[in-house]
Design a protein around this ligand. Structure first.
Ligand code: SF4
Ligand code: SF4
Length: 388
């Protein structure tokens, strides 16, 4: 494993962080497969991962729920006596905060779930501009000051999918921020705060952490022929996962990449890649830019399958509707995707069940107008399977 210094925290962190948002499950998203998830965490930690990320809602039945990721992690760390061996990062559910006392209310629940009396890195989760204004008015910075003084929290930061102007505004508001978690991969250099955000974080010596390194798996699954042909011309051959991760680790403004791993094999593969110093040549850097340009010509929408919009109160399977539409575009194979769309998604969960109520829109981390995107899905696939 290779390590970086996490900005002004001075902490030495593995450049691969363990994300616990997509742990393997058994029957439902809330039902973590504890045996496999424990094997994954054990392997990762034994092989050098020293920072783990979770959040209040991860692995809950609904987006506002009290998730099981923190609870599972607390049990795992306790049983294996590992709490003090790793850096634990979790996040305050900023969208649930309604009054000043809620900050402490949620933190105390999280400490209990995680079976610890301190959090190494505590982030305000997925800050949107309205949520930032709300928590700011509710004096979140005083709350963070108090937690830093009492030792409940060692370092503070935030995660966000906002644009660069707002990122800078939030960063400049509080001198005690030490880390920020933003989205980056080779498709997203100019999306959200993008490379400008990373540059600014570096400039002010903030710990820079990255999420969505594989863009919800899109950079490593169902790779179009055009992209495969481009990769085959590389000076050095790499797997799609290697391209995506080494692209980030070749940047000097990324300290830690969080990957939400789903199987032991993924952990093994990511750990292997994170342990290799692999300088990408200038020609191969240009090839990555060419691959990104090619991908952009295929995408149907920019959904990352993060799940924040779910569940839809009217039963629409937003994620899989948008995913099948995307795969159809990327694979340029509408028939195959139509078969998936009509067999994997229930009748009353397809795009034509959307009633355009708009309730999901504020939750979309990619700022998608979800009902408009679903209308495109409906127009593309129709309401009956008659694609042959
Ligand atoms: S706009 Fe459509 S997908 Fe979104 S919550 Fe309403 S019915 Fe569900
Ligand atoms: S539609 Fe938006 S919120 Fe929902 S899964 Fe896709 S990116 Fe995430």
């Amino acid at each position: 494993m290779l390590y970086n210094t996490l900005g002004k925290t001075g902490l030495k962190v593995s450049r691969l962080g363990f994300g616990t948002m997509r742990l393997p499950t058994i029957n439902s998203n809330a039902d973590i497969d504890k045996q496999e998830a424990s094997e994954m965490l054990s392997y990762g930690i034994e092989n050098g991962i020293n920072i783990i990320d979770t959040a209040y809602p991860y692995h809950s039945a609904g987006i506002d729920g009290n998730g099981n990721s923190e609870k599972f992690l607390g049990e795992f760390l306790k049983e294996n006596n590992l709490r003090d061996e790793i850096l634990l990062q979790t996040k305050s559910p900023s969208w649930l905060i309604e009054k000043k006392t809620d900050f402490e209310y949620y933190l105390d629940i999280q400490l209990e779930k995680l079976q610890t009396d301190y959090i190494d890195l505590y982030l305000l989760h997925s800050l949107t501009v309205p949520d930032w204004n709300k928590v700011h008015d509710l004096e979140v910075l005083d709350f963070l000051d108090d937690c830093l003084s009492s030792g409940k929290i060692k370092h503070v930061g935030f995660s966000s999918h906002i644009e660069i102007d707002y990122l800078i505004e939030i960063l400049d508001e509080y001198p005690k921020w030490e880390v920020a978690l933003t989205q980056m991969n080779y498709l997203d250099e100019y999306y959200q705060s993008g490379v400008m955000g990373l540059n600014y974080l570096k400039e002010i010596n903030m710990g820079s952490m990255v999420m969505e390194p594989l863009r919800g798996g899109r950079l490593v699954q169902n790779i179009p022929n055009e992209v495969q042909e481009l990769w085959s011309t590389a000076e050095k051959k790499r797997t799609p996962v290697e391209w995506a991760l080494q692209y980030l680790w070749n940047r000097n403004d990324v300290d830690c990449v969080f990957s939400g791993m789903n199987s032991l094999n993924q952990v093994k593969e990511n750990v292997r890649i994170a342990s290799i110093e692999d300088k990408i040549s200038e020609n191969d850097q240009e090839l990555i830019r060419e691959v990104a340009r090619t991908y952009r010509t295929f995408l149907g929408n920019s959904c990352t399958r993060c799940g924040y919009c779910m569940p839809c109160p009217h039963g629409v399977d937003i994620i899989n509707c948008l995913t099948e539409y995307n795969i159809a575009h990327m694979m340029q194979n509408p028939k195959a995707s139509a078969m998936q769309y009509f067999t994997l998604i229930d009748d009353d969960s397809r795009a034509d069940s959307c009633i355009n109520c708009g309730e999901c829109i504020p939750f979309c981390t990619q700022m998608l107008n979800i009902p408009e995107e679903l209308q495109k899905v409906y127009e593309y696939f129709g309401s009956e399977f008659n694609h042959f």
